[in-house]
Design a protein around this ligand. Structure first.
Ligand code: KIV
Length: 269
């Protein structure tokens, strides 16, 4: 008989929806099997974010990520964390109309074990979300600061600073909820506005740069573990000094190679 306590709880759409007002949800991004395996038993949801185009592929924004790349990374994440509730972030240009969105979402379901897809957009994308959910695709929304709009908006701008903008964000959230989404990411939104949005809908909100008022949080793994050194957004907390630890370790390895202390007799055949 096993005495190992395993309190891992596999998530599904119903549990995620029911967590509203009951339990704060924790989501983290992952792009490969190595890290998803480490996150599987802790995270309620793993997001294969198109942020991988920046942090993994070193591109200046998310816009050039392709669906095939997202499928490749999602398969890696699902291999490492087969029990996780994994969401594939639909990249820019893959849901420009209802039919293309559905064709691409079906491709995702056919080629990966993703439980859901994520789509950026509010009222402007509600019809597309409705078409997907009415064809049995689980959709997570994403409103507020939407990285895929960076070029059309002229930068990354914090939202919800005015009453008008807050009202628009509430309309966006309600439209996406009505379209059948099970959850909505709220990114880069003033905390007071995020609170109003969260209170206005019955599905959970997952915040990033939106204060602690949302129903859960998401962070990009390389940000929260301190691997990204170029700058630290205000909303990121470093839970580890990843970049420094890696550099220290690599330097130690180099030193050990140079002074022949690696490999030792215990590390040879
Ligand atoms: O691409 C991503 O990682 C995301 C999160 C920041 C929500 O969309």
């Amino acid at each position: 008989m096993s005495i190992i306590k395993n309190d891992f709880e596999k998530m599904n759409i119903t549990k995620i929806k029911n967590s509203k007002n009951n339990k704060k949800l924790t989501m983290i991004t992952a792009y490969d099997a190595l890290f998803s395996k480490l996150f599987e038993e802790v995270a309620d949801m793993i997001l294969v974010g198109d942020s991988l185009n920046m942090s993994f592929a070193g591109k200046p924004d998310t816009l050039s990520a392709t669906l095939d790349q997202m499928i490749y990374h999602t398969n890696a994440v699902c291999s490492g964390a087969p029990r996780a509730f994994t969401i594939l972030d639909m990249p820019f240009g893959t849901y420009i109309n209802k039919d293309e969105a559905l064709t691409n979402a079906i491709k995702v379901y056919a080629q990966t074990n993703a439980a859901a897809i994520k789509i950026e957009g509010g009222e402007d994308r509600a019809e597309i979300v409705k078409h997907l959910t009415s064809n049995s695709i689980a959709v997570m929304g994403h409103i507020g600061l939407m990285p895929q709009y960076v070029r059309s908006e002229g930068g990354y701008k914090v939202r919800g600073k005015s009453t008008e903008d807050t009202e628009q964000l509430i309309k966006d959230a309600i439209a996406i909820e009505k379209a059948g989404a099970f959850c909505i990411v709220i990114e880069g939104v003033k905390s007071e506005a995020a609170k109003k949005i969260t209170e206005a809908i019955n599905i959970p909100t997952i915040g990033i740069g939106a204060g602690n008022v949302t129903d859960g949080q998401v962070l990009v793994w390389s940000d929260m573990l301190g691997f990204f050194e170029d700058f630290k957004p205000k909303f990121v907390r470093h839970y580890m000094n990843g970049a420094k630890n890696v550099k220290d370790a690599i330097n130690q390895y180099k030193t050990d190679v140079q002074n022949t202390s690696f490999p030792s007799s215990k590390e040879e055949y």
